[in-house]
Design a protein. Structure first.
Length: 103
């Protein structure tokens, strides 16, 4: 018969192994997030550069004329719809991922 203290040792070892697995998964997810934040930082830097450089703003205006405002409006609407969809479903997906049973 296994003693109660032996059962606790086994449970402790299982929990330590689970923690190590979760730590590794978190590390992988953190690297993915770091890549996404890097892309965001690049976009933010581009915005700052545009804000400080009037020649680039003039180039964008010329580009708008060439692209035609109607096409640009369609592109912006599509981008906003995609952004809203991501913002809507991200919390739900996060909850689903957190509630998944451990393997």
């Amino acid at each position: 018969m296994i003693k109660y203290s032996d059962e606790l040792v086994v449970q402790r070892d299982i929990l330590i192994a689970r923690c190590a697995t979760q730590r590794n998964e978190l590390s992988v997810q953190g690297q993915t997030l770091r890549g996404k934040l890097t892309a965001f930082d690049i976009g933010l830097a581009m915005f700052e550069r545009l804000k400080n450089n009037p020649a680039l703003i003039a180039g964008l205006v010329v580009g708008l004329v060439v692209i035609q405002p109607r096409r640009l409006l369609i592109m912006v609407q599509t981008g906003l719809l995609a952004w809203q969809t991501v913002r809507t479903f991200t919390p739900a997906l996060k909850n689903i991922m957190e509630s998944r049973p451990e393997k």
